[in-house]
Design a protein around this ligand. Structure first.
Ligand SMILES: C[S@@+](CC[C@H](N)C(=O)[O-])C[C@H]1O[C@@H](n2cnc3c(N)ncnc32)[C@H](O)[C@@H]1O
Length: 207
């Protein structure tokens, strides 16, 4: 868990809340989050922007992991407003102090870009997912156009510094595959700057 430096404590949560709260991004959340059911684990819960999109009638329990403690109070506020209680734990997703095969649904939105070792985190998600359980995801990543990919690489050093370690060009389908997930992936540019707007979303099961 981390309180971070001044920028990470005072600026980053609001910046992430603003950027990840845009209408076009909310539309992506709407495509995956309402499908969560049963016992649910969300990694990198951030400021809780998914909380209004959960179907309270389908979610039996929601556990969230979020290493940045300064985001917790915003997330708890949203949890109360949405009427979706969440048990929030201040840790990263690469090593989860959770038993095997206990969750029906695991959720990652816009975290595979930031987690230092996303394959390790996804393998943890496979471990805690019950047989037949589903991973729901929506992520931005590697653009299909070479010209955009060039800009993703050019801007990355500065972008990474100001975004809390976000990578613009991660190959999300390849990462899911490497971690042992069979994913049904949809992809497209959503409205917004092209370097950060190529989206991958869908569901995946462990193989
Ligand atoms: C761009 S934000 C997305 C937040 C949220 N998932 C959303 O959809 O709005 C990336 C999040 O990943 C979190 N994060 C960073 N390292 C992580 C790790 N090792 N494990 C889990 N989450 C991590 C950050 O603190 C941040 O909240």
């Amino acid at each position: 868990m981390s309180h971070g430096n001044w920028y990470e404590r005072n600026m980053l949560p609001w910046l992430i809340d603003f950027a990840c709260g845009m209408k076009s991004v909310s539309r992506q959340r709407m495509k995956v989050i309402p499908q969560a059911q049963g016992r649910v684990l969300e990694i990198g819960l951030g400021t809780g922007l998914n909380l209004p999109f959960y179907d309270a009638g389908r979610v039996q329990e929601l556990v969230g992991v979020e290493p940045s403690l300064t985001m917790h109070h915003l997330a708890m506020k949203r949890s109360r407003a949405a009427g979706i209680p969440v048990e929030l734990v201040g840790i990263g997703a690469e090593r989860l102090p959770l038993a095997d095969h206990v969750f029906d649904t695991v959720v990652s939105t816009y975290t595979l870009c930031t987690i230092p070792d996303p394959v390790l985190a996804l393998r943890e998600l496979r471990r805690v997912l019950r047989p037949g359980g589903r991973l729901l995801f929506s992520e931005h990543g590697r653009a299909p156009d070479e010209s955009v990919r060039k800009w993703q690489a050019r801007i990355q050093p500065v972008w990474g510094k100001f975004s809390g370690g976000c990578h613009l060009g991660r190959d999300i389908p390849a990462i899911l595959k490497e971690a042992g997930f069979d994913a049904q992936v949809e992809s497209m540019y959503i409205p917004g700057p092209r370097i950060a707007s190529y989206h991958y979303w869908g569901e995946a099961v462990a193989v």
